[in-house]
Ligand binder design. Structure first.
Ligand code: 9MR
Length: 371
């Protein structure tokens, strides 16, 4: 009995081993590689970009593959904002920005740095910094020049100053308008350095990398004439004084109801400066009121697709080709949009869905790029 059991075990072992050998030599089926021959970057007469997050790039293959195929310009969404890149007075942390810069270099994508000076995303140590105006100027200059110099030869362009003007009257953000609401909508830079800080930011950035293209970036120009006019006045003044500004970023966080007339007017006015014009943070919300009962109906899909196409057509028609710096969406797909992840709205604002499949607006956007 014992002997029979032993023979049985041996037979099983030999069979299992034979099986293993057969399996290991059997050809492993290779999934077919699908090459996307119809892409945004392939069809655009200018650069097409997305603002991206380091962590997602590291962990989400669909996200990464979409970028690899579709876009040829990358904006660093958060990794080089002051609070990420300069977390304490004597520490710079370039790890996130470097990861994205390497991705761009290895995959031949243009890199746009965002943003050197902003009233938001500043670390507490900076907001609470105690120093006279000379000490503040030193911090300001050191930060700008350290970051720009670090990415010299890697970043083609920078948002030097972001969102310095108010929506209602186009005045400079200085004091916090609503103290007590836990959000400072004024600007530490204007408070400590005076109103000419914007010009000095451009000069410092230019010294650190004379080849970088330097942008002023702003939202709301399609609905706030006051803001657009303030920007145009700033450009006129900068030109008269020889301040090195290369371009204007028209963010365009809009929705399906944003007036077409407002969009046209903003593009026209900015283009008339002769500077590079960059649609820098495009997304089109379909549910701006964050109504929880809304679903992404075919009607909303169509309205969104029409709006995306309208913007591309206007950009191509109104911005001379030598001034077309490109169009960048703020994030890649609906799933990773700041509208979902940051303000937590129920929305579908981008060109790719939750599985990075192409949406109706992707096709209208791409057709508009082509035709
Ligand atoms: O998308 C960004 C979000 O992840 C950040 O938490 C937030 C604050 O730093 O900034 C968001 O990006 C903003 C950009 O830097 C400037 N224009 C408006 C963008 C959306 O809020």
């Amino acid at each position: 009995m014992k002997y029979t059991a032993l023979v049985l075990v041996l037979v099983i072992l030999v069979a299992a081993n034979a099986c293993k050998k057969t399996n290991s030599t059997a050809p492993v089926p290779v999934p077919p590689v699908v090459i996307d021959t119809e892409t945004l970057q392939g069809d655009a007469p200018f650069k097409i970009g997305a603002a991206i997050d380091v962590y997602r790039l590291q962990i989400d293959l669909m996200y990464k593959n979409t970028l690899l195929a579709q876009q040829n310009s990358i904006t660093i969404e958060n990794a080089v904002k002051w609070q990420s890149v300069h977390p304490s007075e004597n520490i710079f942390d370039f790890s996130g920005g470097d990861y994205i810069a390497d991705f761009c270099k290895n995959n031949n994508k243009r890199l746009h740095g965002h943003c050197l000076i902003w009233y938001q995303a500043n670390p507490d140590w900076l907001n609470n910094y105690n120093g006279d105006s000379l000490a503040w100027e030193h911090l300001f200059k050191t930060h700008i020049q350290s970051v720009v110099a670090h990415y010299r030869g890697k970043a083609t362009s920078w948002d030097v100053v972001n969102e310095a003007f108010r929506d209602d009257d186009g005045s400079l953000r200085v004091q916090d308008k609503y103290p007590g609401d836990n959000f400072d909508d004024g600007c530490i830079w204007a408070r400590h350095l005076g109103s000419d800080y914007i010009a000095r930011a451009f000069e410092y950035a230019h010294e650190a990398d004379p080849n970088a293209l330097l942008f002023y970036n702003e939202y709301g120009q399609e609905w706030s004439d006051a803001k657009t006019n303030a920007i145009i006045n700033m450009v006129t003044d900068f030109k008269a004084r020889g301040i090195p500004i290369s371009g204007l970023g028209l963010q365009m966080h809009i929705d399906i109801n944003t007036s077409n007339e407002g969009i046209t007017k903003a593009i026209q006015k900015l283009a008339a400066t002769g500077l590079q014009i960059y649609i820098s943070e495009l997304d089109i919300s379909v549910n701006p009121a964050n109504d929880q009962s809304v679903s992404f109906t075919t009607d909303l899909q169509k309205k969104q697709a029409d709006k995306y196409a309208f913007i591309v057509h206007q950009y191509k028609a109104l911005v001379p080709s030598a001034q077309q710096y490109g169009i960048t969406t703020w994030n890649v797909g609906d799933k990773d949009s700041w509208i979902r992840t940051y303000i937590m709205h129920k929305d579908w604002p981008l060109l790719f869905d939750d599985n990075y499949a192409k949406k109706t607006c992707y096709f209208s956007f791409r057709d508009a790029l082509k035709n």
